[in-house]
Design a protein. Sequence first.
Length: 247
Amino acid sequence: MKNKKSVLLVSLLLLIGMVVMVGCTNDNAPAETQPTEMPTEASTEISTEAPTTQENVTPITYELIPIESLDAEVQNDLERLKQSEGYYVWDDANGKTLFVGMGLKPTGGFGIEVEKIESVNGVIEVSMIETVPAPDAMVTQALTYPFVMIQFNTDVNTEAMVVRGLEDKAYAALTLALEDALVVEGTYVGQIDNNSIEVTVGDGFMVMRNFLMSELVMGFEEGDLVKITYTETEEGQYQLIQMEPVE
């Protein structure tokens, strides 16, 4: 009986020793080798893309011109230009003057003013603010011609110019060409006032207006047969452009 106990004790001790040896072997085993990530080399490639172009914006100085200060020749042109929506530029000894108009409107309540004028990458951009009356607004019941006259304080390239209004609408460039002019022959009656003359045509008569009337009728006498070149405004007025003698 004693011998059996001894054998069991020895077997137990051997088993414990084997367990201890296995544990030591696992602790001393080298750790699993992990792959080493090599550092990425900095790129030396040079970008060939062009940098984003920056807009070159320069404010343009200007002033608004009252109508009464305009030369008679400009006022005469204005009578024709204001009938249509668009812009026109005079370039004379006084510099460059810009007309911007909304054209003929059936009532009052319409208006136009300058918001800003800038040079953007060499292009003159004129931004206008337009006023339109509400449908139920109390307005003057008369034909109106909203416009502004602008004098540039510096020399600008008006050949490269864009004029915009309501909802970024672009205004058309106007001309003073005579494609729509009318021609009639009659008898010169005489000058009514500084800006008006009367001409008989057939059995009736016509009253012609022009701010340069004194220059246009110089050398003519009452009773002369004349050839009249004119335009008719929306109000039914006759704008004299040229008067010539009939040979």
